[in-house]
Design a protein around this ligand. Structure first.
Ligand SMILES: Cc1cc2nc3c(=O)[nH]c(=O)nc-3n(C[C@H](O)[C@H](O)[C@H](O)COP(=O)(O)OP(=O)(O)OC[C@H]3O[C@@H](n4cnc5c(N)ncnc54)[C@H](O)[C@@H]3O)c2cc1C
Length: 403
């Protein structure tokens, strides 16, 4: 089949769309892909790329994007439906989520017609993976302190600086880069966004080894990198407002499936415990009974954040600071759950069966990755600050623009 052709049947919306998603997933999920099934093998990058390209052809990516840019022209309602169904299955995380969920929406919002046609189809077809170059060694929570500098060079830009914690950079073809065109003291003014090519001369990617052994993120050094004018996104001064929109999306709509994946993880944990007599006894009443019940409540709260966000966006309203509520609750609750899951599974006797071994391996990975969830997309302290300042409007001693 031509990889550019979508197989989404025309006229699908609402419940027929859910039926389509379920049928498509039932027919297409590759063997060994589901982390809660026996025989799970963590797929490599090539397998993930192929899978996500297939999901796009099947109508499960770029759902709300206009068809002229490779999207499917449906609404956020269908986006939510697809995310619920994807979340219910223990599928791998997207290797291009920063492209699909951050770069794409921002390009749709501030890109030129030519840029939309150039960047969006290859992104959905998984021919171009994107990373996000915002954070720097001294500009994380306080993003407005960033120092990477973009200076005019004729009609092009010349970029020098250093980014850190750039997820997916070793595999990326493009970077959504935030750089400074004005003075550092200007903070929010004089910041610009670029679609930087990762193979441009002067770009050096130095992978960082994480505690789980993977090298998923990296430092990115830019040494006199020339970025053509056509790769500048929005006006030179529009970078901060665009970045704030990117971050609001990151907190509220990114990985909309997370509540349903969280539920899948809880169900997997309970199933694995029931498969072992020692663990099954721990579930019978007592502290674990109560803590697992609390997890159900946490999951329902995360779900309850999603619908109003979708409704607001469908009504043309911005999500604003409410994204912080979702991000804060999900990340804290998921971290608590991951610790609970490991605590339970580690009480299995030596020689526990394959169901317990597989769950233990999955929850070890989840536990390690959950440590980062209260840091990326704005730390817990930053979310609490936003809620206190902007939702509760509490008085504060000093005003400092956090991420
Ligand atoms: C797994 C992972 C992936 C990431 N991927 C990317 C990526 O792809 N692209 C990218 O650009 N960045 C990425 N980041 C970076 C992430 O956005 C930053 O780590 C985050 O914004 C925090 O910044 P920092 O690490 O510099 O910590 P700091 O800002 O130095 O914070 C250190 C501590 O001080 C606290 N603190 C800071 N300011 C305040 C304040 N005003 N009030 C109260 N407490 C405060 C923080 O909560 C934190 O506990 C990633 C991070 C992680 C962990």
């Amino acid at each position: 089949m031509d990889r550019d052709v979508s197989t989404l049947p025309p006229g699908l919306a609402g419940d027929p769309y859910r039926a389509h998603v379920r049928a498509w997933l039932a027919a297409h999920v590759p063997e060994g892909f589901l982390a809660d099934q026996p025989g799970f093998r963590a797929p490599d990058l090539a397998a993930c790329r192929d899978w996500e390209a297939a999901m796009h052809r099947g109508g499960l990516a770029g759902i709300t994007w206009p068809t002229e840019y490779g999207g499917h022209g449906l609404s956020l309602r269908e986006h939510l439906i697809a995310n619920q169904e994807i979340g219910r299955r223990a599928l791998p995380e997207s290797v291009n989520s920063l492209g699909k969920e951050l770069a794409g929406p921002i390009i749709l919002a501030i890109g030129t017609e030519e840029q939309k046609r150039r960047y969006l189809p290859p992104l959905l077809q998984m021919r171009e993976i994107w990373c996000q170059g915002f954070s720097e060694p001294n500009a994380g929570s306080d993003l407005a302190g960033l120092r990477t500098r973009a200076t005019r060079d004729g009609s092009a830009w010349r970029v020098n600086g250093r980014k850190i914690w750039t997820s997916g950079a070793p595999n990326a073809q493009r970077c959504l880069l935030l750089a400074r065109t004005g003075a550092v003291e200007d903070r929010h003014r004089g910041l610009a966004l670029f679609a930087m090519r990762m193979d441009a001369p002067g770009v050096t990617v130095r992978p960082l080894r994480q505690m789980d052994g993977r090298e998923h993120f990296a430092e990115v050094f830019m040494d006199d990198v020339v970025i053509d004018a056509e790769d500048a996104l929005g006006a030179p001064d529009q970078g901060w407002s665009a970045a704030v929109r990117v971050l609001a999306i990151e907190r509220a709509t990114n990985r909309m499936y997370r509540a349903w994946r969280f539920e899948n993880e809880l169900n997997h944990l309970v199933r694995a415990c029931r498969a072992d007599a020692t663990l099954a006894r721990l579930l019978d009443g007592g502290a674990y009974h109560r803590r697992l019940a609390e997890t159900v409540v946490d999951i329902e709260i995360v779900k309850a954040h999603v619908e109003p966000v979708v409704d607001s966006l469908l009504a043309g309203e911005s999500i604003g600071d409410r994204g912080s509520l979702m991000k804060l609750h999900w990340s804290e609750a998921h971290q608590r759950f991951a610790a609970l899951a490991l605590e339970l599974l580690e009480q299995a006797p030596p020689g526990a069966g394959p169901e317990v071994q597989a769950a233990r391996a999955r929850f070890q990975r989840i536990y390690l990755s959950a440590r980062a969830e209260t840091i990326y997309a704005g730390t817990t302290e930053i979310q609490l600050g936003i809620i206190g300042d902007r939702i509760l409007k509490l008085p504060r001693e000093s005003a400092k623009g956090g991420r």
